[in-house]
Ligand binder design. Structure first.
Ligand code: SAM
Length: 248
């Protein structure tokens, strides 16, 4: 990329990764809110139409009209080449702003440390401009929000938790259930039928729950999967299996 590097007298802006939670705008932390509102530029993943995406929708009521919104093209694809190109382009866009002394907040849905694009973009920024100060601000992640919505604990006592980010081979679920008492399945939509069948065969459908669009007005909860044999959940769904059921 060609860009003007700051002169000795000028100062680079700072980059924050602010976790905005999975849906409810009130799940943003006080620190996240303060940093978000102080920033010059609010960068966010864009949707398929090129408009600011889900993270923006969660926090837009907190933003000031003078703030610059910077949608970034970070597509939901698996092709490593396409992904790397997108992270590099996004990182370069942020570095251009940072080099002008602007403080940039990259808002990320859920928590910034849990399967978030922020990590890849921040790594690119660090590679291009190693002196830039980068800070991650934690927040509510979707597994915790889903269990809160169900009024159930994610884990208790000595229970081990396995988080499967995306299930491309359903045998991974069986393996996870062999060594952990709690299994969280993210990005489960495309394999939901196979997962349902596996849980049916293991007689675990009643111990499994599904939460869709947690924290948003479209939130739906299914405390048991028994009646969901032919169901197709949306991308923003999370499935949790607790071998030892616990309800209050
Ligand atoms: C790329 S991961 C992002 C995770 C996010 N950083 C977090 O902390 O929750 C996307 C997956 O997270 C889960 N997810 C994120 N937000 C959700 C929501 N509001 N409701 C249900 N599941 C959600 C879904 O399993 C979705 O496929």
């Amino acid at each position: 990329m060609s860009r003007e590097l700051p002169s000795a007298a000028s100062v680079w802006g700072k980059l924050w990764g602010v976790s905005v939670g999975p849906g409810d705008s009130e799940w943003l932390t006080l620190k996240g809110l303060q940093i978000l509102q102080a920033a010059d530029v609010v960068a966010c993943p864009q949707n398929r139409d090129g408009e600011p995406g889900m993270a923006y929708g969660i926090v837009k009521s907190h933003l000031r009209p003078e703030q610059t919104i910077l949608p970034l093209d970070l597509p939901f694809v698996r092709d490593p080449v396409q992904l790397q190109q997108a992270w590099t382009a996004a990182g370069e866009t942020l570095v251009t702003r940072l080099a002008q002394g602007q403080d940039v907040v990259f808002i990320t849905e859920g928590d910034a440390s849990l399967y978030s694009t922020f990590s890849y973009v921040a790594q690119t920024v660090h590679h291009l401009a190693p002196t830039v100060d980068i800070t991650t601000v934690p927040g509510v992640c979707s597994p915790l929000a889903a269990m809160a919505a169900l009024n159930r604990p994610l884990s208790l006592g000595g229970e081990k938790i396995a988080i499967l980010p995306a299930l491309y081979d359903v045998s991974e679920l069986t393996h996870a259930l062999e060594w952990s008492e709690v299994v969280v399945l993210m990005k489960v939509a495309s394999v939901f039928g196979q997962v349902w069948q596996t849980l049916h065969d293991l007689e675990l459908l009643e111990q499994a729950s599904l939460v869709e669009w947690v924290g948003s007005s479209q939130e739906k909860q299914y405390p048991s999967l028994v009646d969901l044999a032919d169901y197709t959940p949306p991308y923003f769904s999370i499935l949790i299996v607790r071998r030892h059921d616990y309800r209050f």
